[in-house]
Design a protein around this ligand. Structure first.
Ligand SMILES: *[C@@H]1O[C@H](CO)[C@@H](O)[C@H](O)[C@H]1NC(C)=O
Ligand SMILES: *[C@@H]1O[C@H](CO)[C@@H](O)[C@H](O)[C@H]1NC(C)=O
Ligand SMILES: *[C@@H]1O[C@H](CO)[C@@H](O)[C@H](O)[C@H]1NC(C)=O
Ligand SMILES: *[C@@H]1O[C@H](CO)[C@@H](O)[C@H](O)[C@H]1NC(C)=O
Ligand SMILES: *[C@@H]1O[C@H](CO)[C@@H](O)[C@H](O)[C@H]1NC(C)=O
Ligand SMILES: *[C@@H]1O[C@H](CO)[C@@H](O)[C@H](O)[C@H]1NC(C)=O
Ligand SMILES: *[C@@H]1O[C@H](CO)[C@@H](O)[C@H](O)[C@H]1NC(C)=O
Ligand SMILES: *[C@@H]1O[C@H](CO)[C@@H](O)[C@H](O)[C@H]1NC(C)=O
Length: 753
């Protein structure tokens, strides 16, 4: 939401403010507390204040317009931290650190990083600045925008602003506006890759050069500027009065960008000068999966597709789930337990696995009913696009004559265990997605539980260490336990607990923001098959990550070191399922989608009991340039999905590919090199000739399980990412809860198997 709030600066505002300290320099040793007379520091004119403001039941720290109700907050420190109580203190310590100390004595850097400043200022521009020696700028709030840009503030290439939860809760919300490195200004939902299918607003200025920035002038002129000072594009015309006005640009919690103006001559009127769209249903992700957006009286609202109910009533973004348990679907009489319901003028992301042309609507309905894989279809002008659940970014679009068709189950009492028996008995090759959907629901429930747990573990967020502390922890980096392309790992001890400390190579020490974001993202993951990040350090050019210690080394060493020590088949399959669970968690995890980008046995670590994924998110950390062109992709040859080489967008399906390659290695205990040499053809030949035992050598294995695992691996390495199963499906197939269709690559040679 872009606001331009144009304020007349009233002298009265100063007297309304509770702060005592004014003037440009905030002295070392000063402090603030929420309920005292000094709860904030004012800018020289008294317009802006930095300090405590009420949030929820407590207080947050940020920058806001002083004394002008309703309080307009333009920046929030550590926005996702819970509010502090009235007993908290904000300290600008004698050694120049800006610390928020909770009433329990817990300390947190307001700047997120450890800094030692000489002085600080709340400027009249709304920028809060920490100065180093000789007045150099050490840190400024303008560099770390939350959801708002103020005049003279810029959004540089690679930066983004993220909406708040609501007008009164400034925690990270659902939408983001990214100034991409390719010069394009794009809006996406949070937790999505920077690729076209997710965007819902673009300035259409891609390929206009590196480091194009978004700028806001005091007159409300919003424009894109390249590094030679050339205006690439005007977004708004500007020309608003510059006296007695403040202009604020913001991405709103509803996903719209707006520029507001507030003229204090007509006190209290906040007016929208410009808005990125008039259609509140435009922002993708407003309604969660299987929901769709409708407009009631110019207000957006979410509804569920027929046969679906809200997962969490009142929380649109959580999406909808089936209100029935799907029946087993058998090819042939698939229609028996389903009907098709239509929703007219509906559109959702077209992610079809098959398109029929020259059909009519009834033909489309029939085709979906007869196809076990079909759970929904989009019908438009003779084209029938068959799709699987979940459906994303659904909305009503009156101007578009598209019909959405949803397959809805006829409600019958379902006995799941019976169903499963039936499937096995009849040996159906194609499992109707019904059981799968049942699994999805179960998984969704467990994910919700995981998600809830996550909230509780928030206080276990990764800790900030000083370099000296980590030197102590690792005994001056004495014992090296691993070395990769990006860092060296050392053993350490914290208290009684062993830890692994990874020191990133200095050459990678740029990208402060990305490092922080990643630390935050990784730090919030919590899953038994994902290595836990305990802490981090960023001091000077040092970048270190502290992980839990994994006693049995990497999967690569476990699999390949010696034939005697390798785990047996059952254990190997358990490891494969463990990894699948971990990857699934990263992909579908509640807060942030993480594409690992480098799944391989070297990055899977083992403790006594289970396999855990490590190094996740580092690819994104080291390659923040996700602009759709994908230059300089990391990833390990042989594991990298083919679309990366074609410069196509990277999606979660790239991880599925790497997982497939790794699954072959787990099955055969071959190194990837050998998998390459043997070629898929050889595997396929053995597979189709019933000679699959050759794959595992002498080892006694359950042949059905082996066959299943190979089929899963073959699905995973499909050339076409859309053909690759989701990680959910991979897991269900590996667990034996879902039948595995004949893999596409293999279908020509083994369709009779
Ligand atoms: C706060 O201000 C009030 C009135 O201005 C004054 O009476 C009181 O002593 C002040 N309290 C502190 C702790 O400075
Ligand atoms: C803000 O919203 C988040 C997410 O819904 C919630 O966890 C948090 O408690 C809210 N904060 C306040 C102060 O209400
Ligand atoms: C900025 O844009 C102008 C006009 O398109 C162009 O001539 C100039 O080379 C661009 N500068 C950079 C650094 O791309
Ligand atoms: C873009 O900005 C980055 C960081 O400020 C700088 O290192 C890089 O050289 C810039 N690129 C161009 C083309 O100006
Ligand atoms: C942008 O707007 C300014 C005036 O606000 C005008 O001078 C300039 O020519 C415009 N540039 C483009 C590329 O439209
Ligand atoms: C599921 O929802 C549909 C409407 O979408 C409704 O007709 C049906 O009765 C619901 N079934 C159950 C079991 O709630
Ligand atoms: C139907 O599909 C064909 C082929 O994909 C495409 O060329 C055509 O434009 C589509 N028709 C409509 C109405 O979308
Ligand atoms: C479900 O199936 C199992 C095994 O066939 C049977 O023992 C059980 O009684 C069935 N339950 C119901 C509710 O039909």
């Amino acid at each position: 939401m872009a606001f331009i709030i144009c304020f007349l600066f009233l002298s009265a505002s100063a007297s309304l403010a509770t702060a005592q300290e004014t003037g440009s320099n905030i002295r070392l040793g000063s402090s603030l507390s929420p309920t005292s007379n000094s709860s904030s520091w004012l800018s020289p004119s008294g317009l802006y204040a930095f300090g405590f403001y009420p949030q929820g039941q407590g207080y947050a720290v940020g920058v806001f317009l002083a004394g002008i109700p309703p309080r307009t907050v333009v920046w929030t420190a550590n926005r996702d931290d819970p509010p502090v109580s009235a007993g908290a203190t904000l300290l600008f310590t004698n050694d120049g650190r800006l610390i928020l100390r909770s009433s329990q004595g817990q300390e947190n850097y307001v700047t997120a990083v450890a800094l030692s400043a000489h002085s600080a200022s709340m400027l009249d521009s709304g920028n809060f600045v920490l100065y180093g020696p000789k007045g150099s700028v050490l840190w400024e709030s303008f560099d770390y925008p939350t959801d708002t840009l103020l005049p003279t503030q810029r959004l540089l290439g690679g930066q983004q602003i993220i909406s708040s939860i609501s007008a009164t809760n400034h925690s990270t919300g659902l939408f983001r506006l990214k100034m991409q490195h390719d010069g394009n200004l794009v809006q996406y939902p949070v937790n999505t890759p920077d690729t076209a299918p997710y965007s819902y607003f673009t300035s259409w200025t891609d390929k206009t050069g590196d480091n194009v920035s978004l700028n806001l002038d005091v007159d409300g002129h919003l424009f894109l500027l390249n590094t030679t000072g050339y205006v690439i594009k005007n977004i708004t015309t500007g020309g608003l009065p510059t006296k007695r006005m403040i202009c604020i640009f913001r991405i709103g919690s509803d996903g719209l960008m707006r520029l507001y103006s507030y003229d204090l001559n007509q006190k209290g009127t906040l007016s929208v000068v410009w808005s990125s769209t008039n259609d509140e249903c435009d922002p993708k992700g407003l309604c969660g999966l299987n929901g769709f957006c409708v407009k009631n009286d110019q207000q957006a609202a979410c509804q569920c597709l027929p046969g679906f109910d809200f997962v969490e009533p009142g929380n649109w973004a959580a999406g909808c789930e089936r209100n029935f348990t799907a029946e087993t679907c058998k090819t042939g009489d698939a229609g028996a337990s389903y009907v098709i319901q239509g929703v007219d003028n509906t559109l959702w992301e077209d992610d079809s696995y098959s398109v029929l042309s020259s059909t009519d609507k009834d033909g489309c309905k029939q085709a979906c009913l007869e196809d076990c894989n079909c759970e929904a279809a989009l019908y438009k002008g003779g084209n029938c696009s068959k799709q699987r659940l979940p459906l994303r970014y659904g909305r009503i679009l009156i101007t578009d004559a598209t019909s959405g068709l949803i397959k809805v189950g006829i409600v019958k009492p379902v006995n799941a265990s019976q169903n499963k028996k039936e499937i096995t008995r009849m040996g159906i090759l194609f499992l109707g997605l019904s059981l799968l959907a049942f699994g999805f629901v179960m998984m969704a429930i467990s994910l919700v539980i995981i998600c809830k747990n996550n909230v509780w573990t928030k206080d276990q967020a990764p800790r900030l260490f000083t370099y000296a502390e980590l030197e102590l922890v690792t005994d001056s980096f004495k014992e090296q336990i691993g070395r990769g392309a990006f860092g060296t790992v050392y053993k350490g001890v914290i208290g009684q607990k062993m830890v692994a400390v990874k020191r990133l190579h200095k050459s990678l020490a740029e990208g402060e923001r990305e490092f922080q974001t990643e630390v935050e993202v990784i730090g919030r993951t919590h899953h038994r098959n994902v290595v836990r990040l305990l802490g981090y350090c960023m001091e000077g050019t040092n970048r270190l990550l502290v992980y839990e210690y994994m006693s049995n080394g990497s999967l690569a060493s476990v699999l390949f070191k010696s034939p005697e020590s390798r785990p047996f088949w059952k254990k190997r399959m358990e490891i494969a399922r463990d990894i699948a669970r971990g990857v699934l968690y990263l992909h579908e995890e509640c807060e942030t989608q993480i594409i690992h980008c480098d799944i391989k046995p070297q990055n899977i670590l083992m403790d006594e009991n289970r396999a855990k994924i490590s190094d996740f998110g580092l690819a994104k950390l080291l390659n923040a340039d996700q602009t759709g062109t994908f230059t300089g992709i990391r990833g390990t040859d042989g594991y990298v999905a083919p679309e990366w080489h074609r410069g196509q967008p990277v999606t979660v399906k790239a991880d599925v590919y790497s997982f497939g390659i790794m699954l072959f290695e787990i099955i055969c205990c071959w190194r990837r090199m050998e998998v390459d040499l043997l070629q898929r053809e050889a595997i396929l030949e053995w597979f189709s000739n019933g000679e699959i035992r050759k794959l595992t050598g002498d080892e006694k294995v359950d042949e059905d399980e082996l066959k299943a695992a190979i089929k899963v691996a073959l699905w995973c390495i499909s050339d076409d990412p859309t053909l690759r199963p989701s990680m959910k499906r991979v897991l269900l197939m590996l667990e034996g809860s879902a039948e595995i269709p004949v893999p596409p690559i293999a279908s020509s040679s083994i369709c009779t198997v």
